[in-house]
Design a protein around this ligand. Sequence first.
Ligand code: FRU
Length: 492
Amino acid sequence: MKASTLRKIAVAVMCCLVAVAARSVKDQPPAAGDALAAYIAGARSELEPRFRLHYHLMPPVGWMNDPNGFSYYNGQFHMFYQFYPYDSVWGPMHWGHSISSDLVHWEELPTALIPENEMCFSGSAVDDDGVLTLIYTGRETIAQEPFYREGQYLAFSDDGVNFHKYKGNPVLPAAPNGSPDFRDPKVWKHGDYWYLIVGSKTSDERGRVLLYKSKDLKEWEFLTVLGESNGDMGYMWECPDFFELDGKFVLLMSPQGLEAKGDRFKNTYQTGYIIGTFNYTTYEFIQEVDFQEIDYGHDFYATQTLEHEGERYLVAWFSMWEVPHPEADDGWAGALTIVRQLELRDNQIIMRPVEEIVQLREEFLMDGELHSDEETELPRATELIVLGDLSEDIELLLEGVDGGDAVRLRWEARSQHVVVERGGDERRASWRPARGATWRLFLDASSLELFCGEGEAVFSTRAYPLGGWRLTNRSRGPLHVQAFRLGASVPT
Ligand code: FRU
C-alpha cells in the first residue's frame, strides 16, 4: 500500500477517534477544577515512576502533547500544554499549566482550560495590558461530514492562574475557504496591532498558513495567505509560528504529509522552518530558503517560541504521533523538550540549551579520558560534554544498566554526518562544526538530547533504559568526557 494511502487511512481513523472522543466529553460529568485536581492527586499516587523525567516538563498524570501559550506574564514564564488527564492516550483536550522564573525549574498550576462543547486545541498566550489572554482552537463535533469544525477562542485571567472563557467565542469561527482544519493560532503584537497566524489547508489538501490582524484580539481582519504548499509540502500545516530572528523572518511550522526523502523527513510528521523577508505594509512573506528541519531526532514536534528580553526561546513536544509511547503503561505519556535559545547563522537556525540549565549541575562526576571499549555508569539525569578526534569515526553507546533501550551516537568522519540510532532506526544529519567540536548531551530517565557544537545539529530522542545509563566508548580512539549529575526541576 502506498504511504499516502496509509496516511489517508490514518487521518480517517484519527477523525473517527476525535468524534468518539468528543462524544465521551458529553458523557463525562462536567469536571470542575476542584474535582479534576482531586482526580489528578489520586491518579498521580498510582504512577509507576521508572521513566518519570527529572528536568523535563511532563503531565502530572495522563497524556500530554503540544506545548501551548508559552508566554511571560507578571514576572513568570508560563507554559501550557495539550493535556488529557483521564488516560495516557490522546483524548478531549484540556490545557495543563506550569510556571517558571528561569525556564528550568517548573511549578505546576491548576488545569487552565477544561473542554465543554469544544475541545481546547493548541494556541498561544499574550499579556494584553495585564490580562493573560489565551487564544486557542476550539474543535467542535458536528453532525455533517467531516464531523468537526475548528474556530479560534479566547480565555482570560487576571491572576495568571484562573481562566474564564470569553462569552463571544469563537472570535474567528471559520477559515475563509471554509476548511474545517483551521487551528493552532499564534498571536503577537507589532506596533498598535495584534497579528495572528493559523494553520489550515486549501480545498485540494495543501497546507497553508493564514495571517490576520486585530486591534482588540476579538475582531479579526483576514490579511493574506502567508505561506502555502506548492504540492510537495504536505496536506496540513500545524502549529505555525512567525518571528524575526537576526534580521530575517522565520516561518516555523509542523507540516503533515511530507514524503521521506533519503535522510530527511523520517518521522511521522516534521517540524521545520522557511527563512524569508516580510513587510508589515504589504504583508508579503518572500521565501528565500526552502524548508529545513529544526531538530533531527526521533521525537520532536509542534514547537512554541517566545521572545523575552531580546532572546528567542523554543520548546517542543518531546514525542511523536503514531509511535509507541512505552511510558503509557505507567499511567502517563508525553513530555516537553528542554527550552532552547535560537540564533540564525548562515541561513540556519542554531539551537542551544537555555543558559540557565547549568543550574541543574549538582555533582561533578568525571573529567577525563574514556578509552576505547571503556565504560562508565551514569545517573539517570546526567549532562555529558564529549570531545573526540573528528578526523576519525566516533561511536558512543548509551544503554540501560539493567537493559531496556540502547542508543548509538556516531560521527562518520568521511561523510561528516552525525547519526543517532535507536533500536536500528537511524536519524542522520550533516554537521559542519563551527566554533566548537564538542557534543553536549542531556540524558534523563527516558530521553536524550544531543547538541552538536553550538547547536548546528540537534537531535531529540526518547529512549527507555532500565536502571541508570551506561556509556561505552565504541570508538577506536579515546574520548574526553565531562559528566555532571543533574538535579530535579519538575514535580515528579
Ligand atoms: C499537533 C496537533 C495540533 C492540535 C493538537 C490537538 O500535534 O495536532 O494541530 O491543535 O495537536 O491535540
